[in-house]
Design a protein. Structure first.
Lengths: 256, 261
Protein backbone atom coordinates (compact mmCIF):
# COMPACT_ATOMS: atom_id res chain seq x y z
CA UNK A 1 0.00 0.00 0.00
CA UNK A 2 2.73 2.40 1.03
CA UNK A 3 4.51 1.65 -2.18
CA UNK A 4 1.55 2.49 -4.40
CA UNK A 5 0.98 5.71 -2.45
CA UNK A 6 4.56 6.64 -3.14
CA UNK A 7 4.05 6.00 -6.81
CA UNK A 8 0.96 8.18 -6.84
CA UNK A 9 2.90 11.04 -5.27
CA UNK A 10 5.50 10.70 -7.92
CA UNK A 11 2.99 11.30 -10.68
CA UNK A 12 1.02 14.05 -8.95
CA UNK A 13 3.49 16.87 -9.52
CA UNK A 14 3.59 16.01 -13.20
CA UNK A 15 -0.18 16.22 -13.39
CA UNK A 16 -0.12 19.52 -11.51
CA UNK A 17 2.52 20.87 -13.87
CA UNK A 18 0.66 19.83 -17.01
CA UNK A 19 -2.54 21.34 -15.63
CA UNK A 20 -0.79 24.60 -14.74
CA UNK A 21 0.76 24.85 -18.19
CA UNK A 22 -2.50 24.02 -19.93
CA UNK A 23 -4.49 26.67 -18.12
CA UNK A 24 -2.10 29.45 -19.03
CA UNK A 25 -3.56 31.81 -21.57
CA UNK A 26 -2.36 35.18 -22.69
CA UNK A 27 -5.35 36.23 -24.74
CA UNK A 28 -6.31 39.73 -23.66
CA UNK A 29 -7.70 41.10 -26.90
CA UNK A 30 -4.56 43.02 -27.83
CA UNK A 31 -3.34 42.69 -31.39
CA UNK A 32 -0.16 40.66 -31.51
CA UNK A 33 2.34 41.27 -34.29
CA UNK A 34 5.38 39.07 -34.92
CA UNK A 35 7.90 41.04 -36.95
CA UNK A 36 11.42 40.62 -38.26
CA UNK A 37 14.09 42.32 -36.09
CA UNK A 38 14.61 45.03 -38.70
CA UNK A 39 11.08 46.32 -38.09
CA UNK A 40 12.42 47.66 -34.77
CA UNK A 41 13.29 50.81 -36.71
CA UNK A 42 9.60 51.65 -37.10
CA UNK A 43 7.66 50.11 -34.20
CA UNK A 44 7.97 53.08 -31.83
CA UNK A 45 6.85 55.50 -34.52
CA UNK A 46 3.91 53.30 -35.48
CA UNK A 47 2.87 53.09 -31.82
CA UNK A 48 3.11 56.86 -31.47
CA UNK A 49 1.10 57.43 -34.66
CA UNK A 50 -1.62 54.98 -33.58
CA UNK A 51 -1.86 56.70 -30.20
CA UNK A 52 -2.15 60.07 -31.91
CA UNK A 53 -4.84 58.80 -34.30
CA UNK A 54 -6.71 57.05 -31.51
CA UNK A 55 -8.47 54.59 -33.83
CA UNK A 56 -6.79 51.44 -32.50
CA UNK A 57 -4.48 50.97 -29.55
CA UNK A 58 -0.83 50.11 -30.30
CA UNK A 59 -0.22 46.40 -30.90
CA UNK A 60 2.00 44.08 -28.93
CA UNK A 61 5.21 43.63 -30.97
CA UNK A 62 7.41 40.57 -30.83
CA UNK A 63 10.64 41.16 -32.73
CA UNK A 64 13.01 38.32 -33.61
CA UNK A 65 14.68 36.61 -36.53
CA UNK A 66 12.12 35.64 -39.16
CA UNK A 67 12.93 31.93 -38.95
CA UNK A 68 12.40 31.96 -35.19
CA UNK A 69 9.07 33.73 -35.57
CA UNK A 70 7.90 31.18 -38.14
CA UNK A 71 9.03 28.36 -35.84
CA UNK A 72 7.09 29.87 -32.93
CA UNK A 73 3.94 30.02 -35.04
CA UNK A 74 4.48 26.39 -36.02
CA UNK A 75 4.80 25.62 -32.30
CA UNK A 76 1.45 27.18 -31.49
CA UNK A 77 1.89 30.95 -31.19
CA UNK A 78 -1.02 32.80 -32.84
CA UNK A 79 -0.02 36.35 -33.74
CA UNK A 80 -2.62 38.34 -35.67
CA UNK A 81 0.01 39.52 -38.13
CA UNK A 82 3.43 38.18 -39.02
CA UNK A 83 5.99 40.22 -40.97
CA UNK A 84 8.91 38.08 -42.17
CA UNK A 85 12.06 39.38 -43.84
CA UNK A 86 11.86 36.48 -46.26
CA UNK A 87 8.71 36.09 -48.35
CA UNK A 88 9.24 32.41 -49.07
CA UNK A 89 9.15 31.43 -45.40
CA UNK A 90 5.46 32.33 -45.19
CA UNK A 91 4.59 29.16 -47.10
CA UNK A 92 5.36 27.22 -43.93
CA UNK A 93 2.43 28.70 -42.00
CA UNK A 94 -0.27 28.82 -44.69
CA UNK A 95 -1.69 25.53 -43.41
CA UNK A 96 -2.14 27.09 -39.95
CA UNK A 97 -4.88 29.55 -40.84
CA UNK A 98 -2.72 32.35 -42.23
CA UNK A 99 -3.14 34.09 -45.57
CA UNK A 100 -0.55 36.19 -47.38
CA UNK A 101 -1.41 39.88 -47.56
CA UNK A 102 0.09 41.67 -50.58
CA UNK A 103 -0.24 45.28 -49.50
CA UNK A 104 1.68 47.24 -48.39
CA UNK A 105 4.72 46.05 -50.36
CA UNK A 106 7.54 46.78 -47.93
CA UNK A 107 11.21 46.41 -48.88
CA UNK A 108 14.52 47.20 -47.24
CA UNK A 109 17.97 47.76 -48.66
CA UNK A 110 21.43 46.92 -47.37
CA UNK A 111 23.76 49.87 -46.95
CA UNK A 112 27.46 50.06 -46.15
CA UNK A 113 27.65 51.45 -42.63
CA UNK A 114 30.87 52.41 -40.88
CA UNK A 115 31.93 53.32 -37.34
CA UNK A 116 31.57 56.98 -36.47
CA UNK A 117 34.23 59.02 -38.31
CA UNK A 118 35.10 56.06 -40.54
CA UNK A 119 38.40 55.26 -38.77
CA UNK A 120 39.24 52.43 -41.16
CA UNK A 121 38.71 54.71 -44.21
CA UNK A 122 36.21 52.47 -45.94
CA UNK A 123 35.41 53.72 -49.46
CA UNK A 124 33.24 51.05 -51.04
CA UNK A 125 31.97 47.53 -50.56
CA UNK A 126 35.25 46.30 -52.09
CA UNK A 127 36.90 47.21 -48.77
CA UNK A 128 34.83 44.49 -47.10
CA UNK A 129 37.23 42.01 -48.72
CA UNK A 130 40.22 43.51 -46.91
CA UNK A 131 41.65 41.65 -43.96
CA UNK A 132 42.58 44.58 -41.74
CA UNK A 133 39.40 46.44 -40.75
CA UNK A 134 36.96 44.79 -38.35
CA UNK A 135 34.05 43.74 -40.55
CA UNK A 136 30.66 42.61 -39.29
CA UNK A 137 27.85 40.95 -41.20
CA UNK A 138 24.66 39.12 -40.34
CA UNK A 139 24.95 35.34 -40.19
CA UNK A 140 23.98 33.71 -43.51
CA UNK A 141 21.21 31.88 -41.65
CA UNK A 142 19.20 35.10 -41.18
CA UNK A 143 17.75 37.17 -44.04
CA UNK A 144 20.10 40.18 -43.74
CA UNK A 145 23.07 37.79 -43.93
CA UNK A 146 21.60 35.91 -46.87
CA UNK A 147 21.13 39.23 -48.64
CA UNK A 148 24.75 40.20 -47.90
CA UNK A 149 25.87 36.93 -49.47
CA UNK A 150 23.79 37.71 -52.55
CA UNK A 151 25.46 41.12 -52.80
CA UNK A 152 28.90 39.51 -52.49
CA UNK A 153 28.09 36.99 -55.20
CA UNK A 154 26.68 39.56 -57.58
CA UNK A 155 29.61 41.96 -57.25
CA UNK A 156 32.37 39.37 -56.90
CA UNK A 157 33.39 40.20 -53.32
CA UNK A 158 35.19 37.82 -50.97
CA UNK A 159 33.66 38.75 -47.64
CA UNK A 160 35.84 38.20 -44.59
CA UNK A 161 33.69 39.07 -41.61
CA UNK A 162 35.14 39.13 -38.10
CA UNK A 163 31.72 38.39 -36.73
CA UNK A 164 28.48 36.99 -38.13
CA UNK A 165 25.81 38.44 -35.88
CA UNK A 166 22.54 36.59 -35.21
CA UNK A 167 20.40 39.61 -36.10
CA UNK A 168 20.78 42.95 -37.80
CA UNK A 169 20.10 45.02 -34.68
CA UNK A 170 23.02 43.40 -32.84
CA UNK A 171 25.25 44.19 -35.82
CA UNK A 172 24.03 47.77 -36.11
CA UNK A 173 24.61 48.39 -32.40
CA UNK A 174 28.18 47.11 -32.63
CA UNK A 175 28.81 49.55 -35.48
CA UNK A 176 27.18 52.35 -33.51
CA UNK A 177 29.42 51.55 -30.54
CA UNK A 178 32.53 51.67 -32.72
CA UNK A 179 33.45 48.04 -32.03
CA UNK A 180 33.31 47.25 -35.75
CA UNK A 181 34.75 49.32 -38.60
CA UNK A 182 32.22 48.46 -41.27
CA UNK A 183 29.29 46.23 -42.05
CA UNK A 184 26.24 45.74 -44.23
CA UNK A 185 23.08 46.70 -42.36
CA UNK A 186 19.61 47.69 -43.49
CA UNK A 187 19.01 51.31 -44.45
CA UNK A 188 16.39 51.46 -41.69
CA UNK A 189 18.82 50.41 -38.94
CA UNK A 190 21.42 52.87 -40.20
CA UNK A 191 18.78 55.61 -40.11
CA UNK A 192 17.35 54.81 -36.68
CA UNK A 193 20.77 54.54 -35.01
CA UNK A 194 22.23 57.46 -36.95
CA UNK A 195 25.02 55.38 -38.44
CA UNK A 196 27.45 56.94 -40.89
CA UNK A 197 27.03 55.30 -44.30
CA UNK A 198 29.26 55.18 -47.36
CA UNK A 199 27.62 55.55 -50.75
CA UNK A 200 28.26 52.75 -53.18
CA UNK A 201 26.40 52.98 -56.47
CA UNK A 202 26.17 49.21 -56.74
CA UNK A 203 23.92 49.01 -53.68
CA UNK A 204 21.80 51.97 -54.68
CA UNK A 205 20.43 50.95 -58.08
CA UNK A 206 16.79 51.96 -58.35
CA UNK A 207 15.94 48.72 -60.09
CA UNK A 208 13.72 47.54 -57.24
CA UNK A 209 13.82 43.86 -56.36
CA UNK A 210 16.42 43.09 -59.01
CA UNK A 211 19.12 44.77 -56.99
CA UNK A 212 20.66 42.06 -54.77
CA UNK A 213 20.83 44.51 -51.86
CA UNK A 214 17.05 44.85 -51.77
CA UNK A 215 14.88 42.40 -49.89
CA UNK A 216 11.11 42.36 -49.67
CA UNK A 217 9.14 41.53 -46.56
CA UNK A 218 6.35 38.99 -46.58
CA UNK A 219 3.20 39.71 -44.60
CA UNK A 220 0.63 37.18 -43.43
CA UNK A 221 -2.39 37.55 -41.20
CA UNK A 222 -4.83 35.20 -39.46
CA UNK A 223 -7.50 34.24 -41.98
CA UNK A 224 -10.35 33.55 -39.59
CA UNK A 225 -10.38 35.84 -36.56
CA UNK A 226 -12.46 34.29 -33.82
CA UNK A 227 -14.88 37.16 -33.13
CA UNK A 228 -17.95 37.71 -35.31
CA UNK A 229 -17.70 40.81 -37.49
CA UNK A 230 -13.92 40.88 -37.16
CA UNK A 231 -11.97 42.75 -39.82
CA UNK A 232 -10.48 40.92 -42.79
CA UNK A 233 -6.77 40.08 -42.75
CA UNK A 234 -6.03 42.89 -45.21
CA UNK A 235 -7.87 45.41 -43.05
CA UNK A 236 -6.00 44.31 -39.93
CA UNK A 237 -2.66 44.73 -41.69
CA UNK A 238 -3.77 48.08 -43.09
CA UNK A 239 -4.55 49.36 -39.60
CA UNK A 240 -1.15 48.66 -38.13
CA UNK A 241 1.51 48.68 -40.86
CA UNK A 242 1.22 52.38 -41.64
CA UNK A 243 2.94 53.02 -45.00
CA UNK A 244 3.87 56.65 -44.40
CA UNK A 245 5.50 55.84 -41.05
CA UNK A 246 7.41 52.91 -42.57
CA UNK A 247 8.63 55.11 -45.40
CA UNK A 248 9.85 57.74 -42.96
CA UNK A 249 11.82 55.03 -41.14
CA UNK A 250 13.68 54.23 -44.36
CA UNK A 251 11.65 51.31 -45.73
CA UNK A 252 10.95 51.33 -49.45
CA UNK A 253 7.27 51.05 -50.29
CA UNK A 254 5.66 49.83 -53.49
CA UNK A 255 8.91 49.81 -55.47
CA UNK A 256 9.65 46.16 -55.08
CA UNK B 1 25.01 1.59 7.26
CA UNK B 2 22.87 4.64 7.77
CA UNK B 3 19.12 4.25 7.41
CA UNK B 4 17.38 7.27 6.05
CA UNK B 5 14.09 8.19 7.69
CA UNK B 6 11.07 7.88 5.45
CA UNK B 7 10.68 11.16 3.63
CA UNK B 8 7.78 13.19 5.06
CA UNK B 9 5.19 14.25 2.53
CA UNK B 10 5.62 18.02 2.92
CA UNK B 11 9.20 17.52 1.78
CA UNK B 12 8.65 14.76 -0.74
CA UNK B 13 5.96 16.51 -2.80
CA UNK B 14 7.81 19.77 -3.42
CA UNK B 15 11.00 17.79 -4.02
CA UNK B 16 9.31 15.74 -6.71
CA UNK B 17 7.82 18.91 -8.16
CA UNK B 18 11.32 20.38 -8.37
CA UNK B 19 12.59 17.27 -10.10
CA UNK B 20 9.69 17.44 -12.56
CA UNK B 21 10.43 21.09 -13.28
CA UNK B 22 14.03 20.22 -14.09
CA UNK B 23 13.43 16.99 -15.95
CA UNK B 24 10.30 17.72 -18.01
CA UNK B 25 12.01 20.28 -20.30
CA UNK B 26 14.87 17.84 -20.83
CA UNK B 27 12.41 15.15 -21.87
CA UNK B 28 10.83 17.70 -24.19
CA UNK B 29 14.22 18.30 -25.76
CA UNK B 30 15.11 14.63 -26.04
CA UNK B 31 11.81 13.63 -27.66
CA UNK B 32 12.43 16.27 -30.35
CA UNK B 33 15.97 15.06 -30.99
CA UNK B 34 16.61 13.74 -34.51
CA UNK B 35 18.07 10.46 -33.21
CA UNK B 36 18.48 8.76 -36.59
CA UNK B 37 20.50 11.62 -38.08
CA UNK B 38 22.23 12.67 -34.85
CA UNK B 39 25.61 11.35 -35.95
CA UNK B 40 25.70 13.09 -39.31
CA UNK B 41 24.42 16.35 -37.84
CA UNK B 42 27.12 16.38 -35.17
CA UNK B 43 29.82 15.40 -37.66
CA UNK B 44 28.97 18.55 -39.61
CA UNK B 45 32.03 20.79 -40.07
CA UNK B 46 30.42 23.80 -38.41
CA UNK B 47 29.45 21.72 -35.37
CA UNK B 48 32.92 20.15 -35.07
CA UNK B 49 34.46 23.61 -35.28
CA UNK B 50 32.12 24.94 -32.60
CA UNK B 51 32.91 21.91 -30.41
CA UNK B 52 36.62 22.66 -30.69
CA UNK B 53 36.07 26.33 -29.77
CA UNK B 54 33.77 25.33 -26.89
CA UNK B 55 36.31 22.90 -25.41
CA UNK B 56 39.17 25.42 -25.69
CA UNK B 57 37.07 28.20 -24.19
CA UNK B 58 35.45 26.24 -21.35
CA UNK B 59 38.67 24.58 -20.16
CA UNK B 60 40.65 27.84 -20.45
CA UNK B 61 37.96 29.59 -18.42
CA UNK B 62 38.12 26.83 -15.79
CA UNK B 63 41.91 27.23 -15.72
CA UNK B 64 41.60 30.99 -15.23
CA UNK B 65 39.07 30.36 -12.45
CA UNK B 66 41.66 28.23 -10.67
CA UNK B 67 44.48 30.69 -11.28
CA UNK B 68 42.59 33.81 -10.19
CA UNK B 69 39.70 32.40 -8.19
CA UNK B 70 41.62 30.24 -5.71
CA UNK B 71 43.65 33.18 -4.36
CA UNK B 72 40.49 35.31 -4.31
CA UNK B 73 38.56 32.66 -2.37
CA UNK B 74 41.41 32.44 0.15
CA UNK B 75 41.50 36.24 0.56
CA UNK B 76 37.73 36.35 1.06
CA UNK B 77 37.85 33.57 3.65
CA UNK B 78 40.97 34.56 5.58
CA UNK B 79 41.64 38.27 5.28
CA UNK B 80 39.69 40.83 7.26
CA UNK B 81 38.50 42.98 4.40
CA UNK B 82 36.81 46.34 4.78
CA UNK B 83 33.12 46.03 3.83
CA UNK B 84 33.26 42.22 3.56
CA UNK B 85 29.59 41.91 2.59
CA UNK B 86 29.98 44.40 -0.23
CA UNK B 87 33.07 42.64 -1.57
CA UNK B 88 31.26 39.28 -1.52
CA UNK B 89 28.25 40.79 -3.26
CA UNK B 90 30.48 42.17 -6.02
CA UNK B 91 32.02 38.73 -6.51
CA UNK B 92 28.53 37.22 -6.82
CA UNK B 93 27.15 39.87 -9.18
CA UNK B 94 27.93 38.08 -12.46
CA UNK B 95 25.53 35.34 -11.29
CA UNK B 96 22.55 37.71 -11.28
CA UNK B 97 23.60 40.06 -14.08
CA UNK B 98 21.76 39.13 -17.30
CA UNK B 99 24.55 37.63 -19.43
CA UNK B 100 23.78 39.97 -22.33
CA UNK B 101 24.26 42.92 -19.99
CA UNK B 102 27.49 41.33 -18.75
CA UNK B 103 28.65 41.21 -22.37
CA UNK B 104 27.74 44.86 -22.88
CA UNK B 105 29.60 45.75 -19.67
CA UNK B 106 32.66 43.89 -20.94
CA UNK B 107 32.41 45.87 -24.19
CA UNK B 108 32.18 49.16 -22.30
CA UNK B 109 35.30 48.20 -20.35
CA UNK B 110 37.41 46.19 -22.76
CA UNK B 111 35.93 47.02 -26.18
CA UNK B 112 37.85 49.07 -28.71
CA UNK B 113 36.30 52.26 -27.37
CA UNK B 114 36.02 50.94 -23.81
CA UNK B 115 37.45 52.28 -20.58
CA UNK B 116 40.56 50.09 -20.69
CA UNK B 117 40.11 48.65 -24.15
CA UNK B 118 40.98 51.91 -25.91
CA UNK B 119 44.43 51.88 -24.27
CA UNK B 120 44.92 48.20 -25.02
CA UNK B 121 44.15 49.04 -28.63
CA UNK B 122 46.28 52.17 -29.04
CA UNK B 123 49.27 51.01 -26.94
CA UNK B 124 49.48 47.32 -27.71
CA UNK B 125 47.21 46.94 -30.73
CA UNK B 126 45.21 44.40 -28.75
CA UNK B 127 41.48 44.16 -29.38
CA UNK B 128 39.66 41.55 -27.34
CA UNK B 129 36.19 41.59 -28.92
CA UNK B 130 35.75 39.11 -31.78
CA UNK B 131 38.70 36.98 -30.62
CA UNK B 132 38.96 33.62 -28.86
CA UNK B 133 40.67 35.43 -25.97
CA UNK B 134 37.61 37.66 -25.66
CA UNK B 135 35.37 34.59 -25.62
CA UNK B 136 37.45 33.05 -22.83
CA UNK B 137 37.25 36.31 -20.89
CA UNK B 138 33.47 36.44 -21.20
CA UNK B 139 33.19 32.81 -20.07
CA UNK B 140 35.54 33.41 -17.12
CA UNK B 141 33.54 36.47 -16.06
CA UNK B 142 30.37 34.44 -15.67
CA UNK B 143 32.05 31.28 -14.31
CA UNK B 144 34.29 32.82 -11.65
CA UNK B 145 31.61 33.38 -8.96
CA UNK B 146 30.63 29.70 -9.05
CA UNK B 147 34.20 28.65 -8.39
CA UNK B 148 34.98 31.31 -5.79
CA UNK B 149 31.86 30.77 -3.66
CA UNK B 150 32.31 26.99 -3.65
CA UNK B 151 35.95 27.18 -2.56
CA UNK B 152 35.42 30.04 -0.15
CA UNK B 153 32.69 28.24 1.77
CA UNK B 154 34.95 25.19 2.09
CA UNK B 155 37.76 27.37 3.44
CA UNK B 156 35.43 29.02 5.94
CA UNK B 157 34.05 25.63 7.04
CA UNK B 158 37.55 24.27 7.49
CA UNK B 159 38.65 27.11 9.76
CA UNK B 160 42.10 28.54 10.28
CA UNK B 161 43.51 26.09 12.84
CA UNK B 162 45.09 23.64 10.44
CA UNK B 163 46.72 26.41 8.41
CA UNK B 164 48.03 28.23 11.49
CA UNK B 165 49.46 25.05 12.96
CA UNK B 166 51.18 24.33 9.69
CA UNK B 167 52.51 27.87 9.49
CA UNK B 168 54.06 27.47 12.94
CA UNK B 169 55.68 24.14 12.10
CA UNK B 170 56.63 24.68 8.50
CA UNK B 171 57.91 27.74 6.72
CA UNK B 172 55.83 30.76 5.70
CA UNK B 173 52.10 31.08 5.03
CA UNK B 174 52.59 30.45 1.29
CA UNK B 175 54.01 26.99 2.01
CA UNK B 176 51.15 26.29 4.39
CA UNK B 177 48.67 27.34 1.71
CA UNK B 178 50.23 25.11 -0.94
CA UNK B 179 50.99 22.04 1.16
CA UNK B 180 48.19 22.01 3.72
CA UNK B 181 45.26 24.21 2.70
CA UNK B 182 44.96 23.31 -0.98
CA UNK B 183 45.15 19.52 -0.49
CA UNK B 184 42.63 19.67 2.33
CA UNK B 185 40.00 21.43 0.21
CA UNK B 186 40.70 19.67 -3.07
CA UNK B 187 37.16 18.26 -3.07
CA UNK B 188 35.71 21.77 -3.05
CA UNK B 189 38.22 22.93 -5.67
CA UNK B 190 37.11 20.09 -7.92
CA UNK B 191 33.46 20.91 -7.33
CA UNK B 192 34.08 24.59 -8.02
CA UNK B 193 35.97 23.75 -11.19
CA UNK B 194 33.16 21.52 -12.38
CA UNK B 195 30.54 24.21 -11.73
CA UNK B 196 32.62 26.96 -13.31
CA UNK B 197 33.46 24.80 -16.31
CA UNK B 198 29.80 23.87 -16.82
CA UNK B 199 28.75 27.51 -16.63
CA UNK B 200 31.47 28.45 -19.13
CA UNK B 201 30.41 25.67 -21.50
CA UNK B 202 26.79 26.84 -21.54
CA UNK B 203 27.65 30.54 -21.71
CA UNK B 204 25.83 32.38 -24.47
CA UNK B 205 24.68 35.95 -23.81
CA UNK B 206 27.94 37.56 -22.72
CA UNK B 207 29.80 35.79 -25.51
CA UNK B 208 27.53 36.86 -28.37
CA UNK B 209 27.49 40.45 -27.10
CA UNK B 210 31.19 40.80 -26.33
CA UNK B 211 32.90 38.39 -28.70
CA UNK B 212 30.44 38.13 -31.56
CA UNK B 213 30.10 34.97 -33.58
CA UNK B 214 32.58 33.71 -36.12
CA UNK B 215 33.25 30.08 -36.92
CA UNK B 216 36.47 28.63 -35.53
CA UNK B 217 37.22 31.69 -33.42
CA UNK B 218 34.36 32.77 -31.17
CA UNK B 219 31.40 30.59 -32.17
CA UNK B 220 30.92 28.13 -29.33
CA UNK B 221 28.34 25.33 -29.28
CA UNK B 222 25.59 27.43 -27.64
CA UNK B 223 26.09 30.11 -30.31
CA UNK B 224 26.04 27.48 -33.03
CA UNK B 225 22.80 26.11 -31.57
CA UNK B 226 21.25 29.58 -31.45
CA UNK B 227 22.23 30.18 -35.06
CA UNK B 228 20.97 26.78 -36.14
CA UNK B 229 17.57 27.58 -34.62
CA UNK B 230 17.20 30.14 -37.42
CA UNK B 231 17.71 27.72 -40.28
CA UNK B 232 17.84 24.14 -39.05
CA UNK B 233 16.13 23.65 -35.67
CA UNK B 234 16.84 19.91 -35.63
CA UNK B 235 20.54 20.63 -35.77
CA UNK B 236 20.12 22.99 -32.79
CA UNK B 237 18.46 20.18 -30.84
CA UNK B 238 21.25 17.79 -31.83
CA UNK B 239 23.86 20.27 -30.55
CA UNK B 240 21.92 20.65 -27.30
CA UNK B 241 21.86 16.88 -26.85
CA UNK B 242 25.64 16.89 -27.35
CA UNK B 243 26.06 19.67 -24.77
CA UNK B 244 23.85 17.78 -22.32
CA UNK B 245 25.76 14.55 -22.80
CA UNK B 246 29.19 16.18 -22.46
CA UNK B 247 28.30 18.17 -19.35
CA UNK B 248 26.45 15.27 -17.72
CA UNK B 249 29.47 13.05 -18.40
CA UNK B 250 31.94 15.50 -16.95
CA UNK B 251 29.80 16.39 -13.94
CA UNK B 252 29.05 12.76 -13.06
CA UNK B 253 32.70 11.85 -13.63
CA UNK B 254 33.95 14.65 -11.42
CA UNK B 255 31.43 13.81 -8.76
CA UNK B 256 32.72 10.27 -8.62
CA UNK B 257 36.30 11.47 -8.39
CA UNK B 258 36.17 14.48 -6.15
CA UNK B 259 32.86 15.21 -4.58
CA UNK B 260 32.14 11.98 -2.73
CA UNK B 261 33.84 11.69 0.57
Amino acid sequence: MALTMHKAYRIMPLIALVWALGSCSSDDGETLIFAASSLAAATDDIDAELRAEGSVSPPEWVLAGSSRLIAQVRDGARPDIIVAADVSRLDEILDLGYVVVDEPRIANRLVLAVADGNPARINSIDDLSLGAPLIGLCAPEVPCGATALRVAEEFGLTLRPDTAEPNVRALAHKLAGGELDAGLVYATDAASLGLQTINDARLEGADGCKNPAVTRYGIAALASPSEVGAPSPATTVDRYLLPQVLQQAGFELGRC
Amino acid sequence: MIRLPRAPLPLLVPAMLAVALLVVPLIGLLQRAPWSSLGTRLADDAVLEATRVSLIVSFSAAGLCLLLGLPLAWVLARVDLPFPRLVRAVVLLPMVLPPVVAGAALLFALGRRGLIGQWLDSWFGVTLPFTTAGTILAATFVALPFFVTTVESALVAQGRDLEEAAAVNAAGPMTAFATVTVPSIRGAIGAGLALGWARALGEFGATITFAGSIGGRTRTLPLQAFLALESDPESAVAISVLLLAVSLGVLVGLRGRWLTR
